[in-house]
Design a protein around this ligand. Structure first.
Ligand code: ARG
Length: 468
């Protein structure tokens, strides 16, 4: 890069506050405005749905303690990818990057954008569910707008993030206060016989957790950028505990509020819970909730785009990614190739996908990799006890979470096998088939470098180096 110091050098700039908002801001997004109705309709009762939301929070706190140890023992950025690379080896790590770039991240983007679209159109269709085509077009427009914003300017996308973070915490606060007022006025029918009609089957429990855990997803975001965190051995565990307990508390109270305002039946049949809630509590001001929920999803979408580039950098550094995906625009320093790629795949996922199934497949795949990461932690604790551990958890913790993760992954398959889960599994495994010829034996590098040079000139991008 003609000798100028134009490298993307990442410094330790993230403090505790930044870390907490990095985690909390990604976690709070679409889920809390979309999943409550699916959780309660799959699990059947208000009491059990609250238990599911609480258990998701506890599970996420437990797994995040394990990640705090991993993040302080393996100090590199890159989250699961780096932990799997250092414990299970390059083939499994490649399978993770492969599925995350081609499926998990685009699915996340598509899911959140659908939630955004649902809330944008909800006020215009108060009597009936909005047409699917309209929802999908709005979702696609949101993805394209954000991709362009993120390609043009990093700083602008950061300010977008802070603004939306405030909007969503205010929205959740309003919902909670409204719920408390309703409870004080004696609206508590939903909590009588709270466990009646509970579905105790393995499949409903698994699916309810997938939906709940989607709302909590993003808890691992800080582990992607540990190299940029100040005093990670102190701030990583602290930020995880603060952010996740805060979000768990908010989610539980918001669910209580939904149930104080609506009966479980009303909740199950609502198209967009926050809108139904708003119409009942705020009357003619109900549309405000729909704006808030849309903003929340939009912010989360922006964050998902923003953090996605990091894994590509780390994986390209290891030679696990075509170099082009880790390059940045020569002047704007934004990772445009990775952004454009994610946008295209997200739009493809959007065509057949609906929110519920996208979320289920997202959680299924994500928890396979969380399980592999946890087994890596158990391996390190048994085989490498001598490694310096500024922060350490008792080994029983990763074992318990691993059991829960295996249950989560197997439950829907065993109880109600659907061919789609097989496809997802085969897709992940196909990563290994690609690894051997293309990464290990480096077949057809000539073609790849020609394509890379062409795209480099076309997109005006150049390799961006990370300083460690
Ligand atoms: N928890 C977020 C939501 O409720 C979804 C997060 C998707 N995952 C991610 N790593 N960005 O919308």
């Amino acid at each position: 890069m003609d000798g100028k110091p134009q490298k993307l050098s990442l410094k330790r700039e993230v403090g505790l506050m930044g870390a907490v908002s990095l985690i909390g801001g990604t976690m709070i997004g679409s889920g809390i405005f979309m999943s409550p109705q699916t959780v309660i309709s799959t699990i059947g009762s208000s009491g059990a749905s609250l238990v599911v939301w609480a258990c998701c929070g506890v599970l996420v706190i437990m797994v995040s303690f394990c990640y705090a140890e991993l993040g302080t023992v393996i100090k590199e950025s890159g989250g699961e990818y780096v932990y799997i690379l250092r414990t299970s080896g390059p083939v499994v790590a490649f399978m993770l990057v492969f599925s995350s770039v081609l499926f998990v991240r685009p699915a996340g983007v598509a899911g959140i954008s659908l939630s955004f679209a649902q809330y944008v159109v909800a006020p215009f269709y108060s009597e009936c569910p909005p047409p699917v085509l309209v929802v999908k077009c709005v979702a696609a427009a949101a993805i394209i707008v954000l991709a362009v914003v993120n390609c043009l300017n990093v700083r602008f996308s950061m300010s977008v993030q802070v603004f939306f973070m405030v909007a969503k915490v205010v929205a959740l606060g309003v919902i909670i206060i409204g719920g408390v007022v309703m409870l004080i006025r004696g609206h508590s029918v939903s909590f009588e016989d709270a466990f009646e009609n509970t579905n105790v089957g393995i499949n409903p429990i698994g699916i309810a957790f997938y939906q709940g855990l989607w709302s909590y997803d993003g808890w691992n975001n800080l582990n992607y950028v540990t190299e940029e965190l100040k005093r990670p051995e102190v701030n990583l565990p602290r930020a995880l505990v603060i952010a996740i307990s805060l979000v768990t508390g908010l989610y539980l109270l918001v669910n209580v509020s939904y149930l104080a305002v609506m009966t479980p039946q009303e909740l199950m049949t609502s198209n967009a819970v926050a809108v139904t809630w708003g119409n009942k509590v705020l009357g003619s001001w109900g549309w405000i909730m729909s704006v808030a929920a849309a903003l929340s999803a939009f912010g989360s979408l922006n964050g998902t785009f923003f953090s996605g580039g990091r894994v590509c950098f780390v994986a390209a550094r290891e030679g696990h990614m075509p170099d082009i995906l880790s390059m940045a625009h020569v002047h704007r320093l934004t990772p445009s190739p990775a952004l454009i790629f994610t946008t295209i795949v997200s739009l493809i996922v959007l065509i057949p996908g609906d929110f519920q199934s996208i979320v289920n497949f997202f959680s299924f795949t994500a928890w396979i990799f969380y399980a592999i990461t946890l087994s890596g932690l158990i391996y390190l604790k048994i085989k490498k006890p001598e490694l310096p551990r500024p922060y350490s958890v008792p080994i029983i913790l990763p074992i318990l979470v691993l059991i829960a993760a295996v249950f989560l992954v197997l439950a829907p398959i065993i109880d109600d096998p659907q061919i789609e889960y097989l496809y997802v599994t085969l897709f992940i495994l196909s990563g290994a088939a690609i690894y051997v010829p293309f990464i290990h034996y480096k077949l057809c590098p000539g073609l790849l470098s020609k394509v890379t040079v062409f795209l480099q000139l076309f997109l005006e991008v150049a390799p961006a180096e990370k300083s460690l």
